[in-house]
Write a protein that binds this ligand. Sequence first.
Ligand code: NAP
Length: 246
Amino acid sequence: MAATTKYALVTGASRGIGRAVAVKLAEAGYQILINFASNVAAAEETLAQVRTAGSDGELIPFDVADGAAAKRALTAWQEAHPEAYVAVLVNNAGIRRDNLMMWLPEEDWHSVLRTSLDGFYNVTQPLLKEMLVAKWGRVINIVSLSGIKGMPGQTNYSAAKGGVIAATKALALEVAKKRVTVNAVAPGFIRTDMTGDLDEATLKKQIPVGRFGEAEEVAALVAFLASDAAAYITGEVISINGGIYT
Ligand code: NAP
């Protein structure tokens, strides 16, 4: 890459894994576009941590499930930065709405798919062309153990993440020749707000390493996939789950 300013967009960067990824990519020299849904105070805290890490960034709030909103925000950013492009995209925003299928409301089916699967399309599609033109790009999708093996009570979430895994593999084949890699990172149980309601003491007995993972551990893997050193890895789904067999 040329020695100009490098930009990375992390969706759902106000908290949890997204925040840790934003900070790690800031350490790697990226200016960070911090996307989030509504939590401005948390997003401001991410920006403060990005600055402490020696870089800078900006908040770019929009609902990834809303294609028109995503396109508006991303087009406005591109118009304000005509010389730049988003070289690293981390599709991290996601929600859980767990329920057994027989009780799963239609809205909870759709909202989970809209956020993870439609969100992947809504954010990736507008940014892809510039990566191809620049002949360097990284798309990293945060999926889940559930999207690989399926989890009871998570038919919606497993379908959404499984869909993103399939999309990762297909898109990787489309863009490989242009030095754009597309990979998925599949965490198991990571200690964030999303898993705050889970019984860690019981669940950790199923985890060979014997604990939940930390957001920073996922971020380190994402930063590696974003680096030049990972140029020969594409179309992969990399698990980070403390040894749970998938
Ligand atoms: P989290 O702590 O609940 O944070 C979710 C983040 O996503 C927040 O920044 C939130 O923004 C943002 N977000 C949610 N819906 C959004 C939308 N429609 N548009 C834009 N931003 C949105 O979650 P996490 O645990 O860090 O999870 C991050 C990703 O990892 C998710 O895709 C999740 O499925 C995946 N994952 C997590 C685990 C785990 O154990 N934690 C395991 C496997 C996979 P606001 O702050 O504005 O609400």
